[in-house]
Design a protein around this ligand. Structure first.
Ligand code: MN
Length: 277
């Protein structure tokens, strides 16, 4: 059976021998696994995934079905990274994030306007974001929009781990021409969305403007973030929503930063984040 071990290995720049050493086997075994001479069991997939910093299921994805997300900074323990794969009957999504990135992105959701927003999110948060989504766009954009928010939120949540040392709070005021929006958030493990944003137009490109609330709701729930988004004023719907994504990006950038004065501690008097106040 065809698998994607070789492709993934090459993306990380490892040769068979280097990968074999990482996972405690021989290069011959790696070779047999790649060619299918040795059966790719769950155990092997888990070992290979650990060596290549990806999800075990990544090796089984047919190459033509969905492009593979790049492992971001494989093996660098100082980087907060995560990969998420989410498959339902409605969408198939892969997300890779590196919280400690430089704002690099590869975004492909099939929805042009949403791609534009997610690119802003990466660029202004400095979180590296690799998103590949295939959804049921022939129905409408609802599932893909919402599920993309869930998958990115899950990836951010996973990458942040126990939230040790983070600044926790962040806020931003973002102007775009006639528009001003404010985003305040608490990376606390406590999901909550306040969304005070109205649009003058029902659609932007092919996308219904009502879907942006769905995206922010999905993201805040999955990421475990209390998120308040207010458009203070503005007319142009494109400016309004873009200022919200940029505000999220800038606020997130602040909140996930490691505070050097309390590195290795969780920023709560309870000693643990999440749960009740
Ligand atoms: Mn724009």
């Amino acid at each position: 059976m065809a698998n994607r071990i070789r492709e993934l290995r090459k993306r990380t720049g490892l040769n068979q021998n280097a990968l074999a050493k990482r996972i405690g086997t021989t290069s011959q075994q790696v070779s047999h696994l790649e060619t299918g001479r040795r059966k790719l069991t769950q155990d092997w997939m888990e070992r290979l995934a650990a060596g290549l910093d990806c999800e075990p299921a990544a090796f089984l994805f047919p190459a033509n079905e969905l492009p593979l997300t790049r492992p971001l900074s494989p093996g660098d323990p100082t980087m907060r990274t995560a990969n998420i794969e989410r498959r339902t009957n409605e969408t198939k999504i892969r997300v890779a994030v590196n919280i400690d990135g430089t704002g690099e992105f590869t975004v492909n959701t099939g929805i042009g306007f949403l791609d534009h927003m997610l690119e802003q999110l990466a660029r202004h948060s400095l979180i590296n974001l690799d998103i590949q989504a295939k959804g049921d766009l022939h129905i409408d954009y609802h599932h893909t929009t919402e599920d993309t928010g869930i998958a990115i939120g899950q990836a951010v949540n996973k990458a942040l781990g126990d939230l040790s040392g983070i600044t926790r709070y962040g806020s931003a005021l973002i102007p775009m021409d006639e528009t001003l929006s404010r985003v305040s958030l608490d990376v606390s493990g406590r999901p909550y969305l306040i969304w005070r944003v109205e649009f003058s137009r029902p659609k932007l490109g092919e996308m219904d403007t009502e879907l942006f609330k769905e995206w922010f709701q999905a993201f805040s729930q999955a990421a475990g973030i209390t998120l308040h988004v207010d458009n203070l004023y503005g007319q142009n719907s494109h400016h309004i929503v873009e200022s919200c994504y940029k505000g999220l990006a800038r606020a997130l950038r602040q909140a996930v930063q490691i505070d050097p004065r309390k590195a290795d501690t969780v920023p709560s008097t309870k000693g643990v984040l999440g749960g009740s106040l």
